[in-house]
Ligand binder design. Sequence first.
Ligand SMILES: Cc1ncc(COP(=O)(O)O)c(C=O)c1O
Length: 447
Amino acid sequence: MSTTHSTAATATSSPQTGGPAAAADLLPSVPLLALDRQYAVLRADIQAAITRVCDSGKFVLGPDVTDLEAELARMLDVPHAISCASGSDALLLALMALDVGPGDEVILPSYTFFATASAVTRLGATPIFADIDPHTYLIDPQDVAKKISKRTKALVPVHLFGRTADMDALLPIARSAGLPIVEDTAQSILSTWHGRCTGAIGDVGCFSFYPTKNLGGMGDGGFLTTTRDDIAQKLKLLRVHGMEPRYYHQVIGINSRLDSIQAAVLQVKLPHLDAWTTARQVNAARYGEIFAAAGLAGHVTVPSDEPRGRHVWNQYIVRIAGGHRDALRAHLQKCGVGTEIYYPVPLHMQKCFEHLGWRKGDLPHTEQAAEETLALPIFPELSAAEQRTVVGRIAEFFQAAPAAVPAPAQTPPRRTDETLRTDAPEQPAQSPHVVRRFVGRADDVRC
Ligand SMILES: Cc1ncc(COP(=O)(O)O)c(C=O)c1O
Protein backbone atom coordinates (compact mmCIF):
# COMPACT_ATOMS: atom_id res chain seq x y z
CA MET A 1 0.00 0.00 0.00
CA SER A 2 1.72 3.14 -1.15
CA THR A 3 -0.65 5.77 0.24
CA THR A 4 0.78 6.89 3.53
CA HIS A 5 -0.65 8.72 6.47
CA SER A 6 1.61 11.65 5.69
CA THR A 7 -0.03 12.12 2.27
CA ALA A 8 -3.29 12.88 3.99
CA ALA A 9 -1.50 15.13 6.48
CA THR A 10 -0.14 17.31 3.69
CA ALA A 11 -3.54 17.67 2.07
CA THR A 12 -5.27 18.85 5.23
CA SER A 13 -3.10 21.92 5.39
CA SER A 14 -4.16 23.38 2.03
CA PRO A 15 -7.87 24.11 1.97
CA GLN A 16 -7.34 26.87 -0.62
CA THR A 17 -6.70 24.18 -3.24
CA GLY A 18 -10.18 22.80 -2.72
CA GLY A 19 -8.96 20.15 -0.29
CA PRO A 20 -10.21 19.32 3.19
CA ALA A 21 -10.34 21.92 5.95
CA ALA A 22 -7.14 22.70 7.83
CA ALA A 23 -7.28 21.95 11.56
CA ALA A 24 -8.05 25.57 12.45
CA ASP A 25 -10.99 25.68 10.04
CA LEU A 26 -12.75 22.50 11.11
CA LEU A 27 -16.34 23.15 12.13
CA PRO A 28 -17.55 21.85 15.51
CA SER A 29 -20.23 19.65 13.95
CA VAL A 30 -21.78 18.56 10.66
CA PRO A 31 -25.17 16.79 10.73
CA LEU A 32 -25.90 13.79 8.55
CA LEU A 33 -29.18 15.42 7.58
CA ALA A 34 -30.62 18.82 8.52
CA LEU A 35 -34.32 18.88 7.69
CA ASP A 36 -34.64 22.03 9.78
CA ARG A 37 -32.73 23.97 7.11
CA GLN A 38 -35.26 22.96 4.46
CA TYR A 39 -38.16 23.70 6.79
CA ALA A 40 -36.80 27.16 7.64
CA VAL A 41 -37.15 28.16 3.99
CA LEU A 42 -40.61 26.61 3.48
CA ARG A 43 -42.13 27.15 6.94
CA ALA A 44 -44.78 29.72 5.97
CA ASP A 45 -45.93 27.78 2.89
CA ILE A 46 -46.07 24.46 4.73
CA GLN A 47 -48.00 25.92 7.63
CA ALA A 48 -50.46 27.58 5.25
CA ALA A 49 -50.94 24.27 3.39
CA ILE A 50 -51.60 22.38 6.62
CA THR A 51 -54.06 25.03 7.80
CA ARG A 52 -55.88 24.85 4.48
CA VAL A 53 -56.34 21.07 4.82
CA CYS A 54 -57.50 21.46 8.44
CA ASP A 55 -60.06 24.04 7.31
CA SER A 56 -61.25 21.76 4.49
CA GLY A 57 -62.04 18.84 6.81
CA LYS A 58 -60.82 16.41 4.11
CA PHE A 59 -58.02 14.39 5.65
CA VAL A 60 -57.67 11.14 3.70
CA LEU A 61 -57.18 10.98 -0.09
CA GLY A 62 -59.32 13.84 -1.52
CA PRO A 63 -58.35 16.67 -3.91
CA ASP A 64 -54.90 17.34 -2.41
CA VAL A 65 -53.93 13.74 -2.98
CA THR A 66 -55.36 13.66 -6.49
CA ASP A 67 -53.50 16.86 -7.40
CA LEU A 68 -50.25 15.48 -6.03
CA GLU A 69 -50.65 12.27 -8.00
CA ALA A 70 -51.23 14.25 -11.20
CA GLU A 71 -48.13 16.38 -10.57
CA LEU A 72 -45.98 13.33 -9.87
CA ALA A 73 -47.18 11.58 -13.02
CA ARG A 74 -46.37 14.68 -15.06
CA MET A 75 -42.96 15.16 -13.48
CA LEU A 76 -41.92 11.54 -13.92
CA ASP A 77 -43.53 11.31 -17.35
CA VAL A 78 -45.48 8.19 -16.47
CA PRO A 79 -49.22 7.65 -17.12
CA HIS A 80 -50.10 6.55 -13.57
CA ALA A 81 -48.94 7.75 -10.14
CA ILE A 82 -50.93 6.23 -7.28
CA SER A 83 -50.29 7.29 -3.72
CA CYS A 84 -50.32 5.02 -0.68
CA ALA A 85 -49.37 5.08 3.01
CA SER A 86 -45.64 4.26 2.74
CA GLY A 87 -42.88 2.95 0.51
CA SER A 88 -43.19 -0.40 2.29
CA ASP A 89 -46.87 -0.55 1.33
CA ALA A 90 -45.99 0.45 -2.23
CA LEU A 91 -43.81 -2.66 -2.53
CA LEU A 92 -46.49 -4.82 -0.96
CA LEU A 93 -49.20 -3.43 -3.24
CA ALA A 94 -47.03 -3.86 -6.33
CA LEU A 95 -46.43 -7.53 -5.56
CA MET A 96 -50.12 -8.01 -4.73
CA ALA A 97 -51.05 -6.51 -8.09
CA LEU A 98 -48.75 -9.05 -9.74
CA ASP A 99 -50.46 -11.88 -7.80
CA VAL A 100 -47.31 -12.89 -5.93
CA GLY A 101 -48.16 -15.50 -3.31
CA PRO A 102 -47.17 -18.74 -1.58
CA GLY A 103 -44.82 -20.91 -3.62
CA ASP A 104 -43.50 -17.97 -5.65
CA GLU A 105 -39.97 -16.65 -5.58
CA VAL A 106 -38.95 -13.02 -6.00
CA ILE A 107 -35.35 -12.05 -6.77
CA LEU A 108 -34.00 -8.96 -5.01
CA PRO A 109 -30.77 -7.69 -3.49
CA SER A 110 -29.84 -8.52 0.08
CA TYR A 111 -28.11 -5.14 0.33
CA THR A 112 -31.18 -2.95 0.75
CA PHE A 113 -33.65 -1.78 3.37
CA PHE A 114 -35.70 -4.53 5.00
CA ALA A 115 -38.99 -3.51 3.37
CA THR A 116 -37.85 -4.76 -0.05
CA ALA A 117 -37.79 -8.32 1.29
CA SER A 118 -40.60 -8.17 3.85
CA ALA A 119 -43.10 -7.28 1.11
CA VAL A 120 -42.26 -10.66 -0.42
CA THR A 121 -42.49 -12.68 2.79
CA ARG A 122 -45.72 -10.96 3.91
CA LEU A 123 -47.36 -12.50 0.83
CA GLY A 124 -46.04 -15.97 1.67
CA ALA A 125 -43.49 -15.91 -1.17
CA THR A 126 -39.75 -16.51 -0.83
CA PRO A 127 -37.10 -13.83 -1.34
CA ILE A 128 -34.13 -15.04 -3.38
CA PHE A 129 -31.21 -12.77 -2.70
CA ALA A 130 -28.79 -11.75 -5.44
CA ASP A 131 -25.34 -10.28 -4.85
CA ILE A 132 -24.33 -6.73 -5.80
CA ASP A 133 -21.82 -5.13 -8.11
CA PRO A 134 -19.12 -4.00 -5.65
CA HIS A 135 -18.58 -0.70 -7.52
CA THR A 136 -22.17 0.49 -7.55
CA TYR A 137 -23.66 -1.52 -4.63
CA LEU A 138 -26.57 -2.35 -6.95
CA ILE A 139 -27.99 -5.75 -7.82
CA ASP A 140 -25.72 -7.82 -10.07
CA PRO A 141 -27.69 -8.76 -13.22
CA GLN A 142 -25.54 -11.84 -13.83
CA ASP A 143 -26.38 -13.19 -10.41
CA VAL A 144 -30.05 -12.40 -11.03
CA ALA A 145 -29.97 -14.43 -14.27
CA LYS A 146 -28.39 -17.37 -12.42
CA LYS A 147 -31.10 -17.35 -9.77
CA ILE A 148 -34.17 -17.39 -12.01
CA SER A 149 -36.17 -20.58 -11.56
CA LYS A 150 -39.57 -21.93 -12.58
CA ARG A 151 -40.95 -20.40 -9.39
CA THR A 152 -39.65 -16.90 -10.04
CA LYS A 153 -42.58 -14.48 -10.23
CA ALA A 154 -40.86 -11.07 -10.30
CA LEU A 155 -37.54 -9.22 -10.13
CA VAL A 156 -37.10 -6.31 -7.71
CA PRO A 157 -34.00 -4.22 -8.45
CA VAL A 158 -33.39 -1.45 -5.92
CA HIS A 159 -32.05 1.88 -7.18
CA LEU A 160 -30.13 2.17 -3.95
CA PHE A 161 -28.69 5.45 -2.69
CA GLY A 162 -30.25 7.26 -5.68
CA ARG A 163 -28.41 5.41 -8.45
CA THR A 164 -30.23 3.43 -11.11
CA ALA A 165 -29.59 -0.30 -11.26
CA ASP A 166 -28.21 -1.62 -14.55
CA MET A 167 -31.48 -1.68 -16.47
CA ASP A 168 -29.64 -2.30 -19.78
CA ALA A 169 -28.79 -5.74 -18.43
CA LEU A 170 -31.89 -6.38 -16.30
CA LEU A 171 -34.58 -5.59 -18.87
CA PRO A 172 -33.50 -8.24 -21.41
CA ILE A 173 -33.11 -10.81 -18.61
CA ALA A 174 -36.65 -10.10 -17.40
CA ARG A 175 -38.06 -10.02 -20.92
CA SER A 176 -36.54 -13.33 -21.98
CA ALA A 177 -37.82 -15.00 -18.80
CA GLY A 178 -41.24 -13.33 -19.12
CA LEU A 179 -40.91 -11.71 -15.69
CA PRO A 180 -42.20 -8.33 -14.52
CA ILE A 181 -39.81 -5.84 -12.91
CA VAL A 182 -40.85 -4.02 -9.74
CA GLU A 183 -38.45 -1.13 -9.28
CA ASP A 184 -37.73 -0.22 -5.66
CA THR A 185 -37.48 3.52 -6.25
CA ALA A 186 -37.77 4.50 -2.58
CA GLN A 187 -34.40 6.30 -2.72
CA SER A 188 -34.34 7.35 -6.35
CA ILE A 189 -37.01 9.92 -7.19
CA LEU A 190 -35.96 11.90 -10.32
CA SER A 191 -33.13 9.49 -11.10
CA THR A 192 -33.03 8.42 -14.72
CA TRP A 193 -31.75 5.77 -17.10
CA HIS A 194 -31.10 6.91 -20.68
CA GLY A 195 -33.47 9.82 -20.07
CA ARG A 196 -36.36 7.88 -18.53
CA CYS A 197 -37.27 8.29 -14.90
CA THR A 198 -36.89 5.30 -12.65
CA GLY A 199 -40.33 3.95 -11.86
CA ALA A 200 -41.30 4.28 -15.52
CA ILE A 201 -38.80 1.70 -16.80
CA GLY A 202 -40.03 -1.59 -15.34
CA ASP A 203 -43.64 -2.63 -14.73
CA VAL A 204 -44.15 -0.83 -11.39
CA GLY A 205 -42.14 1.71 -9.39
CA CYS A 206 -42.36 1.95 -5.57
CA PHE A 207 -41.52 5.31 -4.00
CA SER A 208 -41.25 6.47 -0.40
CA PHE A 209 -42.04 9.87 1.12
CA TYR A 210 -40.24 8.97 4.35
CA PRO A 211 -38.76 12.25 5.68
CA THR A 212 -35.14 11.31 4.86
CA LYS A 213 -35.91 10.70 1.21
CA ASN A 214 -35.13 13.30 -1.46
CA LEU A 215 -38.83 14.20 -1.48
CA GLY A 216 -39.79 13.59 2.13
CA GLY A 217 -43.09 14.29 3.82
CA MET A 218 -43.78 15.13 7.45
CA GLY A 219 -44.60 11.54 8.28
CA ASP A 220 -45.04 8.34 6.34
CA GLY A 221 -46.22 8.15 2.75
CA GLY A 222 -45.44 6.61 -0.60
CA PHE A 223 -46.63 6.14 -4.16
CA LEU A 224 -46.47 3.78 -7.08
CA THR A 225 -45.92 4.44 -10.77
CA THR A 226 -46.79 2.26 -13.70
CA THR A 227 -47.10 2.47 -17.44
CA ARG A 228 -49.60 -0.42 -17.41
CA ASP A 229 -53.31 0.44 -17.21
CA ASP A 230 -54.20 -3.03 -15.88
CA ILE A 231 -51.81 -2.69 -12.94
CA ALA A 232 -52.92 0.89 -12.20
CA GLN A 233 -56.52 -0.25 -11.94
CA LYS A 234 -55.58 -3.06 -9.55
CA LEU A 235 -53.45 -0.78 -7.38
CA LYS A 236 -56.24 1.77 -6.98
CA LEU A 237 -58.51 -1.01 -5.79
CA LEU A 238 -55.98 -2.78 -3.57
CA ARG A 239 -55.07 0.35 -1.58
CA VAL A 240 -58.69 0.81 -0.44
CA HIS A 241 -59.55 -2.71 0.76
CA GLY A 242 -60.44 -3.80 -2.78
CA MET A 243 -63.58 -1.69 -2.38
CA GLU A 244 -65.57 -0.48 -5.42
CA PRO A 245 -68.19 0.90 -5.02
CA ARG A 246 -68.31 1.80 -1.34
CA TYR A 247 -68.73 -1.31 0.87
CA TYR A 248 -68.59 -3.69 -2.08
CA HIS A 249 -65.27 -5.55 -2.06
CA GLN A 250 -63.99 -6.93 -5.37
CA VAL A 251 -60.69 -8.29 -4.03
CA ILE A 252 -58.99 -8.46 -0.63
CA GLY A 253 -56.89 -5.34 -0.43
CA ILE A 254 -55.36 -3.34 2.41
CA ASN A 255 -55.82 0.10 3.93
CA SER A 256 -53.00 2.16 2.43
CA ARG A 257 -54.21 5.69 1.74
CA LEU A 258 -52.19 8.90 1.76
CA ASP A 259 -53.23 11.65 4.18
CA SER A 260 -54.26 14.98 2.67
CA ILE A 261 -51.91 16.83 5.01
CA GLN A 262 -48.95 14.84 3.65
CA ALA A 263 -50.11 15.52 0.10
CA ALA A 264 -50.44 19.26 0.77
CA VAL A 265 -46.96 19.43 2.32
CA LEU A 266 -45.46 17.42 -0.53
CA GLN A 267 -47.03 19.78 -3.06
CA VAL A 268 -45.20 22.66 -1.39
CA LYS A 269 -41.94 20.75 -1.67
CA LEU A 270 -42.35 19.30 -5.16
CA PRO A 271 -41.38 22.44 -7.16
CA HIS A 272 -38.05 22.48 -5.27
CA LEU A 273 -37.13 18.87 -5.87
CA ASP A 274 -35.15 19.38 -9.06
CA ALA A 275 -33.03 22.16 -7.52
CA TRP A 276 -32.45 20.09 -4.38
CA THR A 277 -31.38 17.18 -6.55
CA THR A 278 -28.94 19.36 -8.46
CA ALA A 279 -27.54 20.58 -5.13
CA ARG A 280 -26.94 16.95 -4.13
CA GLN A 281 -25.12 16.37 -7.44
CA VAL A 282 -22.98 19.46 -6.84
CA ASN A 283 -22.15 18.21 -3.34
CA ALA A 284 -21.18 14.79 -4.67
CA ALA A 285 -18.90 16.40 -7.26
CA ARG A 286 -17.36 18.60 -4.58
CA TYR A 287 -16.68 15.63 -2.33
CA GLY A 288 -14.91 14.01 -5.29
CA GLU A 289 -12.61 17.03 -5.58
CA ILE A 290 -11.95 17.37 -1.85
CA PHE A 291 -11.21 13.68 -1.42
CA ALA A 292 -8.90 13.70 -4.46
CA ALA A 293 -6.97 16.64 -3.00
CA ALA A 294 -6.79 14.93 0.39
CA GLY A 295 -4.78 11.99 -0.93
CA LEU A 296 -6.98 9.50 0.85
CA ALA A 297 -7.46 7.15 -2.12
CA GLY A 298 -5.74 4.27 -0.34
CA HIS A 299 -8.16 4.50 2.56
CA VAL A 300 -11.41 5.82 1.14
CA THR A 301 -13.10 4.79 -2.09
CA VAL A 302 -15.52 7.49 -3.17
CA PRO A 303 -18.63 6.59 -5.18
CA SER A 304 -18.58 7.07 -8.93
CA ASP A 305 -21.27 8.91 -10.87
CA GLU A 306 -23.53 7.10 -13.35
CA PRO A 307 -22.88 8.02 -16.99
CA ARG A 308 -26.09 6.39 -18.28
CA GLY A 309 -28.52 8.39 -16.18
CA ARG A 310 -29.03 10.90 -13.42
CA HIS A 311 -27.74 9.80 -10.01
CA VAL A 312 -29.78 11.67 -7.38
CA TRP A 313 -27.50 11.00 -4.40
CA ASN A 314 -29.99 10.13 -1.67
CA GLN A 315 -26.87 8.89 0.09
CA TYR A 316 -23.14 9.47 -0.44
CA ILE A 317 -21.51 6.16 0.36
CA VAL A 318 -17.77 5.73 0.80
CA ARG A 319 -15.93 2.46 1.26
CA ILE A 320 -13.34 2.39 4.03
CA ALA A 321 -10.49 -0.05 3.49
CA GLY A 322 -8.53 -2.03 6.01
CA GLY A 323 -11.24 -2.77 8.56
CA HIS A 324 -11.20 0.86 9.80
CA ARG A 325 -14.84 1.71 9.10
CA ASP A 326 -16.18 1.41 12.62
CA ALA A 327 -13.22 3.15 14.26
CA LEU A 328 -13.47 5.97 11.73
CA ARG A 329 -17.18 6.29 12.42
CA ALA A 330 -16.52 6.50 16.17
CA HIS A 331 -13.92 9.22 15.51
CA LEU A 332 -16.36 11.18 13.34
CA GLN A 333 -19.08 10.86 15.96
CA LYS A 334 -16.69 12.23 18.59
CA CYS A 335 -16.00 15.19 16.28
CA GLY A 336 -19.70 15.88 15.75
CA VAL A 337 -19.84 14.56 12.18
CA GLY A 338 -23.01 12.58 11.50
CA THR A 339 -22.69 9.34 9.55
CA GLU A 340 -24.75 6.18 9.11
CA ILE A 341 -24.21 2.59 8.05
CA TYR A 342 -26.57 1.45 5.29
CA TYR A 343 -26.83 -1.45 6.09
CA PRO A 344 -24.81 -3.20 8.79
CA VAL A 345 -26.47 -6.63 8.43
CA PRO A 346 -27.40 -7.80 4.94
CA LEU A 347 -30.91 -9.19 4.70
CA HIS A 348 -29.80 -12.78 4.04
CA MET A 349 -27.99 -12.67 7.42
CA GLN A 350 -30.95 -11.27 9.40
CA LYS A 351 -32.25 -13.35 12.27
CA CYS A 352 -35.81 -13.26 10.96
CA PHE A 353 -34.67 -14.91 7.72
CA GLU A 354 -32.58 -17.66 9.37
CA HIS A 355 -35.13 -20.24 8.25
CA LEU A 356 -34.33 -19.44 4.62
CA GLY A 357 -30.95 -21.15 5.07
CA TRP A 358 -28.54 -18.49 3.81
CA ARG A 359 -24.98 -18.63 5.18
CA LYS A 360 -22.16 -16.15 5.58
CA GLY A 361 -20.13 -16.22 2.36
CA ASP A 362 -23.16 -16.78 0.11
CA LEU A 363 -23.13 -13.16 -1.11
CA PRO A 364 -19.52 -11.99 -0.70
CA HIS A 365 -19.80 -8.52 -2.26
CA THR A 366 -22.89 -7.77 -0.19
CA GLU A 367 -21.25 -8.91 3.02
CA GLN A 368 -18.10 -6.92 2.33
CA ALA A 369 -20.09 -3.78 1.57
CA ALA A 370 -21.96 -4.16 4.87
CA GLU A 371 -18.60 -4.23 6.66
CA GLU A 372 -16.92 -1.37 4.80
CA THR A 373 -19.38 1.30 3.72
CA LEU A 374 -20.26 4.53 5.45
CA ALA A 375 -22.77 7.25 4.52
CA LEU A 376 -21.55 10.85 4.76
CA PRO A 377 -23.72 14.00 4.82
CA ILE A 378 -24.95 14.93 1.29
CA PHE A 379 -28.20 16.86 1.86
CA PRO A 380 -28.85 19.84 -0.47
CA GLU A 381 -28.19 22.59 2.09
CA LEU A 382 -24.79 21.16 3.12
CA SER A 383 -22.10 23.85 2.75
CA ALA A 384 -18.66 23.51 1.19
CA ALA A 385 -17.11 24.32 4.58
CA GLU A 386 -19.05 21.45 6.11
CA GLN A 387 -17.88 19.09 3.39
CA ARG A 388 -14.27 20.19 3.90
CA THR A 389 -14.76 19.52 7.60
CA VAL A 390 -16.07 16.00 6.95
CA VAL A 391 -13.06 15.15 4.77
CA GLY A 392 -10.71 16.99 7.14
CA ARG A 393 -11.94 14.84 10.04
CA ILE A 394 -11.45 11.70 7.96
CA ALA A 395 -7.93 12.79 7.04
CA GLU A 396 -7.27 13.52 10.70
CA PHE A 397 -8.26 9.94 11.55
CA PHE A 398 -5.86 8.47 9.02
CA GLN A 399 -3.06 10.71 10.28
CA ALA A 400 -3.37 9.08 13.70
CA ALA A 401 -0.56 6.99 15.13
CA PRO A 402 -0.04 3.87 12.96
CA ALA A 403 -0.71 1.70 16.02
CA ALA A 404 -4.22 3.10 16.22
CA VAL A 405 -4.79 2.67 12.50
CA PRO A 406 -3.69 -0.79 11.34
CA ALA A 407 -2.40 -1.07 7.78
CA PRO A 408 -5.10 -1.40 5.11
CA ALA A 409 -3.60 -4.77 3.98
CA GLN A 410 -5.76 -6.40 6.67
CA THR A 411 -8.84 -6.15 4.47
CA PRO A 412 -10.20 -9.66 3.79
CA PRO A 413 -8.83 -10.74 0.39
CA ARG A 414 -12.02 -12.27 -0.97
CA ARG A 415 -12.80 -9.51 -3.44
CA THR A 416 -11.80 -10.25 -7.01
CA ASP A 417 -12.24 -6.76 -8.37
CA GLU A 418 -8.78 -5.23 -8.94
CA THR A 419 -9.78 -1.60 -8.62
CA LEU A 420 -11.21 -2.13 -5.17
CA ARG A 421 -8.48 -4.38 -3.82
CA THR A 422 -6.54 -2.73 -1.05
CA ASP A 423 -3.41 -4.72 -1.97
CA ALA A 424 -3.59 -3.50 -5.57
CA PRO A 425 -1.26 -0.69 -6.66
CA GLU A 426 -2.41 2.73 -5.59
CA GLN A 427 -5.11 4.07 -7.90
CA PRO A 428 -5.02 7.64 -9.12
CA ALA A 429 -7.59 9.77 -7.33
CA GLN A 430 -11.00 9.38 -8.96
CA SER A 431 -11.78 12.15 -11.34
CA PRO A 432 -14.41 14.58 -10.08
CA HIS A 433 -17.94 13.60 -10.83
CA VAL A 434 -19.50 14.99 -13.92
CA VAL A 435 -22.43 17.06 -12.78
CA ARG A 436 -25.28 16.98 -15.22
CA ARG A 437 -27.34 20.02 -14.51
CA PHE A 438 -31.03 19.87 -15.10
CA VAL A 439 -32.09 23.42 -15.53
CA GLY A 440 -35.60 24.71 -15.04
CA ARG A 441 -38.53 23.89 -12.85
CA ALA A 442 -39.02 20.36 -11.62
CA ASP A 443 -42.09 20.00 -13.76
CA ASP A 444 -40.11 20.94 -16.89
CA VAL A 445 -37.76 18.07 -16.44
CA ARG A 446 -37.98 15.26 -18.91
CA CYS A 447 -36.17 12.87 -16.66
C1 LIG B 1 -34.78 0.88 -0.49
C2 LIG B 1 -36.01 1.12 0.32
N1 LIG B 1 -37.11 0.38 0.08
C3 LIG B 1 -38.26 0.57 0.76
C4 LIG B 1 -38.35 1.50 1.76
C5 LIG B 1 -39.61 1.62 2.54
O1 LIG B 1 -40.15 2.91 2.53
P1 LIG B 1 -41.01 3.46 3.77
O2 LIG B 1 -40.06 3.76 4.88
O3 LIG B 1 -41.68 4.67 3.24
O4 LIG B 1 -41.97 2.40 4.14
C6 LIG B 1 -37.23 2.30 2.03
C7 LIG B 1 -37.33 3.36 3.07
O5 LIG B 1 -36.62 3.51 3.96
C8 LIG B 1 -36.04 2.10 1.31
O6 LIG B 1 -34.95 2.82 1.57
